[in-house]
Ligand binder design. Structure first.
Ligand SMILES: Nc1ncnc2c1ncn2[C@@H]1O[C@H](COP(=O)(O)OP(=O)(O)OP(=O)(O)O)[C@@H](O)[C@H]1O
Ligand SMILES: [Mg+2]
Length: 235
C-alpha cells in the first residue's frame, strides 16, 4: 500500500506490504522522515492508504476505522497538551477506558480495576490528581502509556514511546511491553530510533527508508543488531 499526504505528490510510504502475526512484537526503525509515523497512522486508520487495503484484526480499516480504533491502544509521537487544559490525569485515564467500552455505559468495577492495574504498572500513582497539561514530557508519556494499557487493547501501536523517558523508566516500560506480549499474546508495534534494547526482546525488526521497507528481520542476530544500532538498516 501507499499513503500520500493531502496536497503532496510523493507517497510518504510506498509499496508497503506487511503481514504481522497476532502475537508478534515488532520494532520499526529508520531515519527521520522514513515514514514510521505515517505507517502507524495508516495502520490505525488516522491516515487513509491511497493505494491498497489495510486490514487490522481481520477488518478493513477504511470500513471499520472507529470500531477498530476502540480496540487499538495508540500513543502518538508528538502529543502536546494545552497547559491550561482542565483535565486531571485520572480523568484522562478514565477517558481512555471509555474509548474502549463506549461513552454510553457507566464504568464497571472491572473497568476501574483495569485502570488501577495500568496505574500500578506504570507507577503513576502520584500523578493522578495533577492537571495533564502541567506534566513533564516523561510523565505525560507514562500517562499515555497507562491510558493505552488501561484500554486493554487488542493491538498496541507505540510511536517513539521511549523518547522522553529516563533510563530506568525505559527499561521498565520495555519490561511491561514484554510481559503484555508474552502473557496476553498482545501484538505490539513500537517505533524507536534511539532505544535499541527493544531489539533484544522483539520478534521482528522492520526498517523503513524513504517510505519503503528496506529490512525485515525476524529475531536479529547480535551482528544484525549491531548494524541496526549504528543506524544502518541492511545488514
Ligand atoms: N502532514 C503531512 N503533510 C505532508 N507531508 C508529511 C506530513 N507528515 C509527514 N510528512 C512527510 O512524510 C514523510 C514521512 O514522515 P513521517 O512522520 O512518517 O516520518 P518518521 O519516520 O516518523 O520520522 P521521525 O523519525 O522524524 O519521526 C516525511 O517526508 C514527511 O516530511
Ligand atoms: Mg515519526
Amino acid at each position: 500500500m501507499d499513503t500520500i499526504y493531502e496536497g503532496e505528490q510523493i507517497p510518504a510510504i510506498r509499496d508497503v506490504s506487511l503481514r504481522i502475526a497476532s502475537d508478534e512484537f515488532v520494532c520499526i526503525v529508520g531515519p527521520n522522515g522514513a515514514g514510521k509515523t505515517t505507517l502507524l497512522e495508516t495502520i490505525n486508520g488516522l491516515l487513509t492508504a491511497t493505494r491498497g487495503v489495510v486490514r487490522v484484526l481481520g477488518h478493513r480499516v477504511d470500513r471499520k476505522g472507529p470500531w477498530l480504533r476502540a480496540k487499538i491502544g495508540y500513543t502518538p509521537q508528538n502529543f502536546s497538551v494545552d497547559p491550561d487544559t482542565p483535565f486531571l490525569v485520572k480523568q484522562v485515564l478514565v477517558m481512555g477506558r471509555y474509548g474502549r467500552v463506549g461513552m454510553f455505559r457507566g464504568l464497571t468495577s472491572g473497568d476501574m480495576s483495569s485502570i488501577e492495574r495500568a496505574i500500578e504498572m506504570m507507577g503513576i500513582e502520584d500523578l493522578l490528581d495533577r492537571p495533564v497539561g502541567k506534566l513533564s514530557g516523561g510523565q505525560l508519556q507514562k500517562v499515555l502509556l497507562a491510558r493505552a494499557i488501561a484500554k486493554e487493547p487488542d493491538l498496541l501501536l507505540l510511536d517513539e514511546c521511549f523518547n522522553s523517558l529516563d533510563p530506568q523508566s525505559k527499561a521498565k516500560v520495555l519490561d511491561i511491553l514484554q510481559t503484555l506480549n508474552h502473557e496476553l499474546g498482545l501484538p505490539i508495534i513500537v517505533v524507536t530510533h534511539g532505544y535499541f534494547a527493544v531489539l533484544d526482546v522483539c520478534d521482528r525488526v522492520i526498517g523503513l527508508r524513504d517510505g519503503r521497507i528496506v529490512a525485515d528481520i525476524s529475531h536479529p542476530t547480535d551482528k544484525e543488531k549491531e548494524v541496526l544500532r549504528q543506524g544502518n538498516l541492511i545488514p
